[in-house]
Design a binder for this molecule. Structure first.
Ligand code: PEP
Ligand code: MN
Length: 340
């Protein structure tokens, strides 16, 4: 951090700042300018409370230099991370090949999940998504099939070989979901459920972390840092749209987050245009745009009967539309030196 002193600060005040910096275990470098003095604190100050320094007499402001996250940062690991999705597939996300995770919002019944799983497999998907535990705004809405849904996902994996991505909503579900899933999904509403982040950080399964609907990218990366700090380095960041004043979409898909996250972090970035728009007719264009922007993966809601879907029918594309989209993004992937 850099401590900027006020114009007219006294040498005694500067001396006090130097003493505090040394007490924090950092090394100081005092730069006396013509108008004001600044004190650079050298060393890793991420776990120190920088804001406390701002209360010292004579200090104007404190400017952080290092990103507050560490394991997730590119400073720590300049090369991009590739995350194997596990299960019976050898699919991964983060390498040259773009990984497409697709499936229904919720697992509803056996024929539904199997039909969709086969369609996803045939179109070239890398993994099957499907919620067994659903975070619903309304307590009277369909809450998911729970363990029965997980069993059906496991059956779909058995039949198709696709890796299974499914949401875990609370700490007490971690062991159960972990028993069936290949990738643990943390939903937008739980992005800052720090105890849950710690719990999945102690597992050895990859985690798909969805951005909170009002989270900044820094908060998003700090959530990833929680998981990584517990020892689980297999984190994928999922941009799923944020809340804005716009109402022609359910959420506003922030595609600039893709290159920005790549600039500051080595973690793979997955884009979810289904929750990111809430409209099935916008999904195809946003998939293409996400690939063009450099996304490492896509997460898409696909339903064989969107009209009768238990959840998120309006944003679900059909297997046929999914197939058309997969072919379209192959051409775009080539243009940005990637594959699908
Ligand atoms: C989901 O993926 O079905 C879901 C609930 O997403 P989000 O947490 O992004 O709202
Ligand atoms: Mn959904």
């Amino acid at each position: 951090m850099i401590v900027v002193m006020k114009i007219g600060s006294t040498p005694k005040q500067v001396e006090h700042v130097v003493k505090r910096i040394q007490e924090m275990g950092l090394k100081e470098q005092v730069i006396v300018g013509t108008e004001r003095t600044v004190v650079a604190a050298i060393g890793d100050d991420r776990c120190k409370d920088r804001s406390a320094v701002e209360t010292i007499d004579g200090v104007e402001r404190v400017v952080p230099i290092l990103a507050p996250y560490k394991m997730a940062s590119r400073e720590m690991k300049p090369e991009r991370s590739v995350i194997a999705l596990g299960g019976k597939s050898n699919a991964s996300i983060g390498g040259k090949k773009i990984g497409v995770i697709a499936g229904p919002c919720s697992v509803e019944n056996k024929s539904q999940i199997l039909e969709i799983a086969h369609a996803v497999r045939q179109a070239g998907g890398a993994a099957l998504r499907g919620g067994a535990f659903k975070p619903r705004t309304n307590p009277y809405s369909f809450q998911g099939l729970a363990e029965k849904g997980l069993e059906l996902l496991a059956l779909a994996r058995e039949e198709t070989g696709l890796a299974i991505v499914t949401e875990v909503m609370s700490i007490d579900q971690v062991d159960l979901v972990n028993k069936y899933a290949d990738v643990l999904q943390i939903g937008a509403r739980n992005m800052q459920n720090f105890n849950l982040l710690n719990a999945v950080g102690s597992q050895d399964k990859p985690v798909l972390l969805k951005r909170g609907m009002s989270a900044t990218l820094e908060e998003f990366l700090l959530a990833a840092e929680y998981i990584m700090a517990k020892g689980n380095q297999q984190v994928m960041l999922c941009e799923r749209g944020i809340r804005t004043y716009e109402d022609y979409v359910r959420n506003t898909l922030a595609l600039a987050a893709v290159p920005e996250l790549h600039r500051v972090s080595h973690l793979p970035v997955v884009v979810d245009p289904s929750h990111g728009t809430g409209k099935s007719y916008l999904v195809d264009s946003m998939c293409r745009a996400a690939v063009a922007a450099g996304a490492d993966g896509l997460m898409i809601e696909v339903h064989n009967d969107p009209e009768h879907a238990s959840t998120d029918g309006a944003q679900s594309i059909t297997p046929r539309q999914f197939d058309v989209m997969m072919k379209a993004i192959q051409r775009i992937a080539l243009a940005v030196d990637r594959e699908v």
